[in-house]
Ligand binder design. Sequence first.
Ligand code: PMP
Length: 484
Amino acid sequence: MAHLCKRLVSRSKQLYVVPSKLSLAAAYSSAHGAATKEDAAPSPPPELPPFHFSPSPYTGPSADEILQKRRRYMNPGIILYYKKHINLVQGKMQYLYDEKGKRYLDAFAGIVTVSCGHCHPEVVDAIIKQTRLLQHTTTIYLNEAVTEFAEALAQKLPGNLKVVYFVNSGGEANDMALMMARLYTGNYDVIALRNAYHGLSAATMGLNGQGIYKHGIPQGFGIHHAQNPNPYRGCYGSDASKYAADVTDLIETSTSGRLAGFFAETFQGVGGAVELAPGYLPLVYETVRKAGGVCIADEVQTAFGRLGSHYWGFETQGVIPDIVTMAKGLGNGLPVAAVVTTPEIASVLSHALHFNTFGGNPVCSAGGHAVLRVLEKEQRQQHCAEVGTYLLQRLHNLKDKHDIIGDVRGRGLMIGVELVRDRQTKEPARAETADLHEKLKDLGVLVGKGGMYGNVFRIKPPMCFNKEDADFLVEAMDYTMCKI
Ligand code: PMP
């Protein structure tokens, strides 16, 4: 593909773009005849920042043996990321180790889940302490660990969002929010966004706005998808009022006029780190409330300070939702999620008997509570702001060098790099993204891949990821991109 590799000089960990329009390859070409892109690649390959930790020797089965067993005994629908699979056996903070002791920089955090860092000692200690005392009670009994966690979580939310319902996963949290919205309003119709992702249960699959996450079964009853306010690819660019008008239109044309609710991630995750057009949520929340609906913010990926500028994603748009769902980073890897809402909305569940076997499990609660404490103590929100700003700047510089980068976007440590074949047509560089993704892994960096066309690198590492890691990540991207 026509891909210009401009010359970058790495000096004192900063990248300086040499103003010449000539690529290094072209410069070589005129001086020495035909040159390949490899000539322009920084060499030798970048190395991971030093880290003083020795992983335990691994004596288990090999990646190939595990793969065979997985193919035989596990559902084939569950995707695997790489062509040459990796068997991860140990983790420490922002790093992972495979069966051979090779270290990887984890820039995806197990799908935006490891918030404090892999095996963070304070989280591990809290889990062990509670596990030794009492592992499980269930919600029909009292237990201090669970209510302490609920109180700590409720204190993190603004306004009247003070009642917590614990569940086990993000999808389950959204299921519950959907039911609460319908019970509370007595209405049925729901609006969600195209390109959204909210889970894979039968109900949440209907909320998803990406065909690749849908099965051809009856699903999505009463759910209508609005135009996505995606500033890079959306049909109205960054014009929030036009996207908001589309919601009004959808209510008029496709619903009874009375809504149960409106679902949105405030920063689409699986959809490729898409920040909704500024000013969109205030307009739409007003319209939805006028139509009798409640506003649900899916904070499964965006919560707990990852965005740097704010603790919750919805705060970036200056709104307060009626229901907030969260998961992933809340447990640093423990299966814990929550639906937080107002006392009025929460009370609708009292109309029938309700319990949840694991929701609010003491071990998950003790671990989750420790996560909130650690993020606060280590000032991770501020850290995400600092490191994220630095990384974004470096990625913007990389965009100046590689035409394949169509868009660099994000906040804090929630970053997307969208790859295109042509910056004008924005044709997604799907195959190139897959190829680079694999090469990055071989160099020792794990990044996420997503977006409707699988052409967005999703950079959402554990929140302890630092500037040296950012340098390595950018240099690894540069190195691989010079070779395509
Ligand atoms: N909402 C969002 C925004 C998500 O990113 C995800 C998972 N990627 C979910 C919900 C579903 O979470 P889970 O996989 O825990 O069910």
